[in-house]
Design a protein around this ligand. Structure first.
Ligand SMILES: NC(=O)c1ccc[n+]([C@@H]2O[C@H](COP(=O)([O-])OP(=O)(O)OC[C@H]3O[C@@H](n4cnc5c(N)ncnc54)[C@H](O)[C@@H]3O)[C@@H](O)[C@H]2O)c1
Length: 310
């Protein structure tokens, strides 16, 4: 399957590189308004391919995306001095209006995979602009926050993160909800597992993990200006679930009819992802505080998405 990537900056190129190393796409095609950048990224990644896979990597105008089964949207404009968050959002909506129209012209059957921030709102906007069923407009959402949560829990418990079953729900951002109450290690409740292995999850350790998950991006941006390897691998993982019809349960964002009493809002829940996009939405059991926090996150996102003029 061909995978298109619009936006060949740090995130788009990291996703392309991860996909090339995984060898799961037949072709990867980059489009960027900076054509020279797209070509350079494609060539650089193409030189990694002979070591690992047989993926073809190219760049060009939108026609290059013809027939793509998945198109990653990683194009974005950054905040100008003095610009409000809402003004930035409106400019990104304009970018998406142009990009989504061009993508669907050449790949009408594609699944859109949104990475641009604020990712939940851009997912809602892409859903409205495209007119596609919500199941085919997937935001990367909290895929990365969930990976960070599992990694920190795994490190504390001294087990592999793959054996930790825990999700971050809601917004990819400040109001996100770490679902502690239903988290498990293997088949054992998290707190019980922690006691059994003599590494209790005290209030203090839980607060540290919460802070590290919630503020990871800020710390990375302080150190190197942007985050991209983690999200690149996360995007490639979502593409893998689609290409191989894996039906993985992933925390991703799509426009959802109702979440915790808030109607028509895009945010992350665990969802089954396969060849058709999102196949099933899952509503995990949460304790009252987590449910209230999810409701707050949903209401905040809903208010922001509704305030963007399209
Ligand atoms: N979802 C996540 O977890 C996550 C993580 C990190 C970054 N991001 C977001 O991903 C987006 C990209 O980040 P980045 O670090 O790659 O930025 P970047 O500036 O390196 O790349 C953005 C690219 O988009 C291109 N672009 C802008 N407008 C375009 C248009 N109309 N058509 C085609 N290309 C266009 C630019 O030329 C640029 O190459 C940002 O919105 C960022 O906030 C999301």
């Amino acid at each position: 399957m061909k995978v298109g990537i619009v936006g060949a900056g740090m995130v788009g190129s990291a996703a392309g590189y991860a996909l090339a190393l995984m060898g799961i796409a037949s072709d990867i095609a980059f489009v960027d308004m900076n054509a020279a950048l797209a070509t350079a990224q494609a060539e650089d990644i193409a030189h990694a391919v002979p070591f690992v896979s047989a993926t073809t990597v190219s760049a060009g105008a939108y026609d290059e995306l013809t027939g793509a089964g998945v198109v990653i949207l990683a194009a974005g404009v950054s905040q100008k001095p003095g610009e409000t968050r809402l003004e930035l959002l409106s400019r990104n909506a304009v970018v998406f209006r142009q990009v989504v129209g061009e993508v669907l012209r050449v790949a009408p059957d594609t699944i859109l995979l949104v990475a641009s921030n604020p990712v939940d709102i851009m997912t809602q906007i892409a859903t409205r602009i495209s007119g596609l069923p919500a199941q085919r407009v997937i935001g990367s959402g909290t895929i990365l926050d969930t990976a960070r949560f599992r990694s920190l829990l795994g490190r504390h418990l001294d087990i592999s993160p793959q054996s930790v079953h825990a999700y971050v729900l809601g917004e990819h951002g400040d109001s996100e909800v770490l679902a502690w109450s239903n988290a498990r290690a293997g088949s054992v409740g998290l707190l019980s597992f922690a006691e059994q292995v003599g590494r209790p999850l005290t209030e203090e350790i839980r607060a540290q993990i919460d802070d590290s998950v919630r503020n990871a991006a800020y710390k990375i941006i302080d150190g190197k200006g942007a985050t991209y390897f983690g999200i690149g691998a996360g995007l490639a993982n979502i593409v893998k679930a689609i290409i191989r019809d894996q039906k993985d349960v992933l925390s991703v964002s799509i426009a959802t009819p109702e979440v915790a009493g808030v109607r028509d809002v895009a945010l992350s829940l665990p969802r089954v992802v396969g060849a058709a996009g999102v196949i099933v939405d899952l509503f995990p059991q949460l304790d009252p505080q987590e449910l209230a926090a999810l409701r707050r996150s949903a209401a905040l996102l809903k208010e922001q998405a509704d305030s963007v003029a399209l």
